[in-house]
Design a protein around this ligand. Structure first.
Ligand code: ADP
Ligand code: 5GP
Length: 204
C-alpha cells in the first residue's frame, strides 16, 4: 500500500494577464490533491474579487506587522503594492499530504527556491507580447497607467523564465493546465520521493 507523501510546493509565475488564474482553475478541475494558497495584498480588490478567496486584502501597516512577525513564507512589492504568502497555511497543507500552488511573482519565486529547494517552479508564458497586451486590456480591470507598468514588468519577468524548472505556454488554457498536471505527476514519481516504497516491497 502506498504511504501518504508530504505535499509538494508548486510555484507558478508569469506576467500579469498571461492567464495564470485561468490555467490554475482548469488545473484544479484535473486534480484532487492540490490547494491554492491565498495571498495577502495591499492592492485594492478588483470588481468581483472576494476577501479571503482571491486575496486577503490588508493595509500596508497590517502587511508590515505580518512581515515583522515572520508569518510570511515570502513577500514582494509589485507595481506599487505588497503581496505575500501566509506561512502557516502552506506548512499545514504540505504536512497533511496536500500539494500547494503559490501563484507569485518572480521575486517571491526566488525566495521560495532558496528556502524550499524541493519546490517545483513553472513559468507561464503568453503566446506573444501582442496577445498579452490584448488579454490585459480585455480584462478591463486596470487603468491605462497600470497596464503600461504591468507590460513593462512583463518584459523583466519573462527574462527570468530560465530560472524556473518548467516553462508552459498558455495558448490554450486547457492544454497549459494539462501540461502542468503532467509536470506535477512526474515530480511526484521522482525516485527520490518513492525510494522508501522499494524497501517496503523488498521486506513484504
Ligand atoms: P493572470 O492571472 O495571469 O493575471 P488571467 O487568468 O486573469 O491572468 O487572464 C487574463 C485574461 O486573459 C482574462 O480575461 C482571461 O479570460 C484571458 N485568458 C486567459 N487564458 C487565455 C487563453 N488561453 N486564451 C485566451 N484568453 C485567455
Ligand atoms: P495581481 O495584482 O494581478 O493579482 O498580481 C500581481 C502579481 O503579484 C502577479 O504576478 C502575481 O503572481 C503576484 N502575486 C500574487 N500573490 C503574491 C504573493 O503572495 N507573493 C508574491 N511574491 N507575488 C504575488
Amino acid at each position: 500500500m502506498q504511504r501518504r507523501d508530504r505535499g509538494r510546493l508548486i510555484v507558478i509565475s508569469g506576467p500579469s494577464g498571461t492567464g495564470k488564474g485561468t490555467v490554475i482553475s482548469r488545473l484544479m478541475e484535473l486534480r484532487d490533491d492540490l490547494c491554492i494558497s491565498v495571498s495577502l495584498t495591499t492592492r485594492p480588490p478588483r470588481p468581483g474579487e472576494v476577501d479571503g478567496k482571491d486575496y486577503f486584502f490588508v493595509t500596508r501597516e497590517e502587511f508590515s506587522q505580518k512581515v515583522e512577525a515572520g508569518l510570511l513564507l515570502e513577500h514582494a512589492e509589485f507595481v506599487g503594492n505588497c503581496y505575500g504568502t501566509p506561512r502557516e497555511f502552506v506548512e499545514q497543507k504540505l504536512d497533511g499530504g496536500v500539494s500547494v500552488i503559490l501563484e507569485i511573482d518572480v521575486q517571491g519565486a526566488e525566495q521560495v527556491a532558496a528556502s524550499c529547494p524541493d519546490s517545483v517552479s513553472v513559468f507561464i508564458l503568453p503566446p506573444s507580447g501582442t496577445e498579452l497586451e490584448r488579454r490585459l486590456r480585455g480584462r478591463h480591470t486596470d487603468s491605462e497607467e497600470k497596464i503600461r507598468s504591468r507590460l513593462l514588468e512583463a518584459k523583466r519577468e519573462c527574462a527570468e523564465a530560465a530560472r524556473y524548472g518548467y516553462i508552459v505556454v498558455n495558448d490554450s488554457a486547457t492544454a497549459a493546465a494539462r501540461e502542468i498536471d503532467a509536470i506535477i505527476t512526474a515530480e511526484k514519481c521522482k525516485s527520490a520521493y518513492r525510494i522508501n516504497l522499494v524497501t517496503e516491497v523488498l521486506i513484504s
